[in-house]
Structures are given as structure tokens and as C-alpha cells.
Design a protein around this ligand. Structure first.
Ligand SMILES: [Zn+2]
Ligand SMILES: [Zn+2]
Length: 225
């Protein structure tokens, strides 16, 4: 990884080199990258384990909420990426600043790779995002539970958290060395290329907005050609 990063660094545009130097200089000394990485997965795993432990025996019909939630999440992710990460909308300007201003200036097509674990901070959502999302998903899960049965609500919440974990894992993987073992998992390299094209500044506002899947870019006609 180091060797390949060094060859990437030699070809890195000067504005990216400067952006990364500024970013590293501003990193808080207390930042713990591995703790940051562990938080969404520990939070997601705890919520999923709690939901699964409480299942009373879902019927096959109840299980349909799993693919339905997954597809809904793909669509929601696409819209969130386009409308909140690439547009400055009050009071959520922080999302735009962290994504469009910071993430997209540190990684451009051809210079996608992180240099070290300290760069996790520029890729992952803030550590508190997964716990907040779990809390935010609880009311719709409770509503689904009331209307369609408690197991449906639990499966909805568990699937939502699994989606968040998948998003974080895949996005980070796209920014690892192309020779990293995770990049060899089926389908990952194709998605990494899809995401690399999104990091082209000419495309980022409108193309390849899906991170975990290309599905909604195909549905909405926003896939890069
Ligand atoms: Zn990215
Ligand atoms: Zn983006």
C-alpha cells in the first residue's frame, strides 16, 4: 500500500497535495482513526443483534421488508448525496462542507487512495452519525411494527443499520489501494470505478451519485458515460 501510495503521490495534482497538507495540519491530535472506524460497526452490530434477538418468528411475507428497505435505502442514499452532500442547504451546511468542499478536494479521480488511517476522518461520516441514525430510524420502525407487526419493524431497523455499515465499508474500500484484498471481493472493483468517476469535479454534482450500488443512477439516468 505504501509503495503504491507513493507512486500515486508523485502524480497527484498540486491542489490535492496542498488540500491534504492543510487537512493533516488541522487534524485534532486526539483523533483516533480505528475507534472512529469501529463506532458505526459496533453501533450497527448492537442494534442488529438486539432486533434479531427480539424476533418472534417472522413470516415469509414479513421478510419482504428486508429487500424493500434495501431498495428504499439505495434511493434515499442517492437523493441524500445529490441534495444534501452536494448542495449547501441550511441548517445542514456541515454536510456540504465535509463532503463537497473537503472529501472531494482531498480525493479526485486518479488520486483516490488514502495515505494512512488518519485519512479515515475524511471518508467516514462523523462517529456520532450511526447512533443518531439508529435513533432516527426507531420511530418509523415502531410505526411499521404497529401497522404490519413487531417483527416487520425490527427487520426494518436491522436492515437500515446494515445498510449504513455497508455504505461506510464500501466507501472506505473505494479509497484504499487497488491492491487491497477488500478490493478483490466480487463487484467491488466495478463500484470503486463508478465512485472514482464521481470524484471527477466535472461530474460530481450530477453523475454516479450511488455509493453502495449503481441501481439508482441507472433508474434516474445519472450514470456517467
Ligand atoms: Zn469518496
Ligand atoms: Zn459526492
Amino acid at each position: 500500500m505504501v509503495e503504491s501510495f507513493e507512486s500515486q503521490a508523485r502524480e497527484m495534482p498540486q491542489h490535492v497535495v496542498a488540500a491534504r497538507a492543510r487537512y493533516h495540519a488541522g487534524l485534532p491530535p486526539t483523533y483516533r482513526p480505528w475507534l472512529h472506524l469501529a463506532t458505526p460497526f459496533a453501533c450497527g452490530a448492537a442494534v442488529i443483534a438486539g432486533c434479531v434477538a427480539c424476533l418472534e418468528g417472522p413470516a415469509l411475507w414479513d421478510m419482504c421488508v428486508v429487500p424493500a428497505t434495501w431498495i428504499f435505502s439505495i434511493a434515499a442514499e442517492w437523493r441524500f448525496h445529490r441534495d444534501l452532500l452536494h448542495r449547501r442547504v441550511a441548517p445542514l451546511q456541515l454536510l456540504y462542507d465535509k463532503h463537497t468542499v473537503s472529501h472531494h478536494s482531498l480525493f479526485v479521480e486518479g488520486a483516490m487512495q488514502i495515505g494512512s488511517a488518519r485519512d479515515f476522518r475524511s471518508i467516514l461520516f462523523p462517529w456520532w452519525a450511526a447512533p443518531i441514525l439508529a435513533v432516527a430510524l426507531a420511530p418509523p420502525a415502531a410505526l411499521l411494527g404497529l401497522v404490519l407487526g413487531a417483527d416487520v419493524g425490527r427487520l426494518f431497523l436491522a436492515t437500515g443499520m446494515l445498510y449504513v455499515m455497508t455504505y461506510e465499508a464500501l466507501h472506505l474500500t473505494y479509497h484504499l489501494s487497488p491492491s487491497h484484498p477488500l478490493r478483490r471481493l466480487p463487484g467491488v472493483e466495478r463500484l470503486a470505478l463508478h465512485h472514482a468517476l464521481h470524484h471527477d469535479p466535472r461530474r460530481m454534482q450530477r453523475e454516479n451519485l450511488g455509493v453502495t450500488s449503481t441501481l439508482w443512477d441507472r433508474v434516474r439516468g445519472t450514470i456517467a458515460r
